[in-house]
Design a protein around this ligand. Sequence first.
Ligand SMILES: *[C@@H]1O[C@H](CO)[C@@H](O)[C@H](O)[C@H]1NC(C)=O
Ligand SMILES: *[C@@H]1O[C@H](CO)[C@@H](O)[C@H](O)[C@H]1NC(C)=O
Length: 140
Amino acid sequence: MIESWYAKLHQVKPKLTRLRLYSHDTLLGLVVVFDNPLTEEPQPSSRPMGQAQGFYASARLESLGLVMNMNFVFTNKIYNGSTLSILGRNAAMEAYCEMPIVGGSGIFWLTHGVAMATTHSFNATTSDVVVEYNIIAMHY
Ligand SMILES: *[C@@H]1O[C@H](CO)[C@@H](O)[C@H](O)[C@H]1NC(C)=O
Ligand SMILES: *[C@@H]1O[C@H](CO)[C@@H](O)[C@H](O)[C@H]1NC(C)=O
């Protein structure tokens, strides 16, 4: 997935889409705040890279669909001290979802990009989930 996107981005021209939509607000009841370790490999004991800090709220009436707002706060390698800000829809029950990277700091100044999330593993005993994020970030 990430290879085909990366190859495609070398060829694409920008497109302009204009939309007008109406949101009909109905309040729902779940907000979760998290501060999750980010590691280099799926094993929790692998090299720490930082923390995923943020919150998500259940925002879909019919099934589980989340609005997610989080920062990847890096603490290792050349990324140490830099952050990426991710804001988007997390279709929590689907195996794959894409969320916009809306900005960053440190080496990620003026970033925009995409975070592609896939469920790597799920422990039914503990409900612990390991989510793999593939990120494409354009920055200077
Ligand atoms: C990351 O940067 C902080 C602050 O400069 C420093 O204290 C820390 O040792 C660095 N961590 C790594 C793993 O380089
Ligand atoms: C799920 O978590 C429990 C408790 O940490 C652990 O004993 C078990 O091995 C885990 N299962 C899998 C499939 O990783």
